[in-house]
Design a protein around this ligand. Structure first.
Ligand SMILES: O=C(O)CCC(=O)C(=O)O
Length: 320
């Protein structure tokens, strides 16, 4: 039940409410304009460009604002422990941790429920048991384990922090180590199409993934859910967007798809508000590494929508 807000909360309520009232029509106009601009467009598919740091540098890549695969950034990092199978086994503290098993027919990351994913059981495994098990080919179950900084007795944080020092130096930008981590999962696990507000680098130390991306100008064509729902950063398309029924989702064919296979050792640059869908082609280890959001990032047109989402959450928290 909604409580009666105090004076301070009331000021916040009016401020956030006012921002929503101002931003929502801007967002709607932006959406309308982008729909009109892409109307009648044939869409199509483009391959995400691959670049080597022998020919460019990280600030230039991040400044492009379009996705790029960096072929040799990962190998340039000097890490005390590399996040490969050998390195991960070596940092395990021997403590078992919970591992959720999902139905392998619908191995959809995060959205148990919304995308029909089903948890079938939870096992407790050490890192060695977990990795050994993941590489056993089975159609019976799927797993996606997200380790945050404090994972494996702090061993994950040590890798992320070492990466952050070197990437901050290479990129000339601050990292967000709290939002970064190490994700390990089975073949077939799919992260459905969504966008993030941060600048991301998806490192692929082990195994490969298929990536599909859409630019912010195609937001009107990829069926995001309402900004007032908890799934606001995610689309209403099926978890594998290629399976979308075109009679229900006609505008999808107007959108320009950017695709690539992200190979072992490669790194994908994900610009803010670029929607991405990622499917594991084999058991794998990824590092979603995030840079801190800067005030200038809020001028990105994509922020109009997350602003509505963010302020909506704050508004709801005040009323709760
Ligand atoms: O690798 C994945 O499954 C998803 C990665 C992702 O969504 C991200 O890095 O933001």
């Amino acid at each position: 039940m909604a409580k009666i807000p105090g004076a301070r909360s009331l000021v916040h309520l009016v401020a956030f409410g006012g921002l929503i009232v101002i931003l929502t029509p801007i967002w709607l106009i932006d959406r309308g304009v982008s729909r009109v601009r892409t109307m009648g467009r044939a869409g199509g598919t483009r391959e995400i460009e691959r670049v080597s740091l022998n020919n460019t540098d990280l600030p230039s890549v991040l400044g492009r604002g379009v996705p790029v695969i960096l072929t040799d950034l990962y190998e340039r990092l000097e890490l005390t422990v590399r996040p490969d199978l050998h390195g991960l086994r070596s940092i395990g503290d021997g403590h078992p941790f919970p591992v959720n098993r999902h139905d392998a027919e619908r191995p959809f990351f995060l959205y148990v429920g919304d995308y029909g994913a089903k948890r079938i059981r939870t096992d407790h495994l050490t890192i060695t048991e977990f990795l050994d098990d993941l590489w056993i080919d089975t159609d019976e179950r799927s797993t996606y384990k997200l380790f945050a900084r404090d994972g494996l007795g702090g061993g994950i944080g040590a890798i992320i922090e070492e990466m952050a020092v070197q990437l901050e130096h290479l990129a000339g930008r601050a990292a967000d180590v709290h939002a970064s981590g190490i994700w390990i999962g089975s073949k077939g696990v799919t992260t459905p199409l969504h966008h993030d507000a941060w600048t991301g680098l998806l490192f692929q130390p082990v195994g490969s993934k298929q990536v599909v991306m859409f630019g912010p100008e195609d937001r009107g064509n990829i069926y995001f859910s309402s900004p007032f729902r908890p799934t606001s950063r995610w689309t209403r398309l099926p978890a594998r967007s290629r399976e979308a029924d075109r009679s229900q989702f006609q505008r999808l064919d107007r959108a320009v798809r950017f695709e690539a296979r992200l190979g072992e050792g490669e790194t994908l640059f994900i610009p803010p508000y670029w929607s991405h869908e990622v499917e594991a082609l084999e058991p794998n280890v990824s590092i979603p590494f995030r840079f801190a959001t800067r005030p200038i990032d809020h001028l990105n047109p994509g922020f109009l929508r997350p602003a509505v989402e963010v302020f909506h959450r704050k508004l709801m928290a005040l009323l709760r």
